[in-house]
Design a protein around this ligand. Structure first.
Ligand code: FAD
Length: 105
């Protein structure tokens, strides 16, 4: 996000780091990544771990936190294809929320 002028307000930039691999079932691995991780680093780590699903989304610039907001996509794959859920802080509601993919999306 680029600011072209001074901004008279509060700016919050997440700095959470961490990537965890948890086995889901015999065919799936649940990967949990923090919002401030560099997106392409996450793709590299999943590929290095022998996991398929994110490889078409390599070299997309930006953070993990921004990826589901805009549903990043490339070469016929969108993050919605492998996305399960995210945990976020809802500023207006002042609470931690879990958001899942819209059914059928
Ligand atoms: C050269 C180039 C190639 C690109 N190629 C592709 C491509 O192939 N496919 C594609 O889909 N996109 C592509 N993009 C777009 C790119 O994916 C976005 O620019 C990127 O995802 C934005 O990431 P950012 O970390 O800079 O996010 P920001 O600009 O910081 O944020 C983007 C949005 O996400 C929100 N956001 C960010 N972090 C969080 C958070 N932690 N919690 C809640 N909301 C958050 C912001 O409020 C904002 O609305 C490309 C961009 C460039 C410059």
């Amino acid at each position: 996000m680029l600011f072209r002028n001074d901004y008279n307000g509060l700016i919050i930039k997440t700095a959470f780091k961490g990537i965890k691999f948890n086995r889901g079932d015999s065919k799936h691995v649940v990967v949990t990544a923090s919002a401030a991780e560099v997106w392409d680093d996450l793709v590299k780590k999943t590929v290095m771990a022998g996991l398929s699903g994110l490889e078409n989304l390599s070299l997309i610039p930006g953070s993990v936190g921004a990826a589901p907001v805009q549903n990043i996509g490339a070469y016929g794959v969108e993050i919605k294809d492998v996305f399960d859920s995210l945990v976020a802080y809802d500023l207006p509601g002042q609470q931690i929320v879990t958001l899942t993919r819209i059914a059928g999306a």
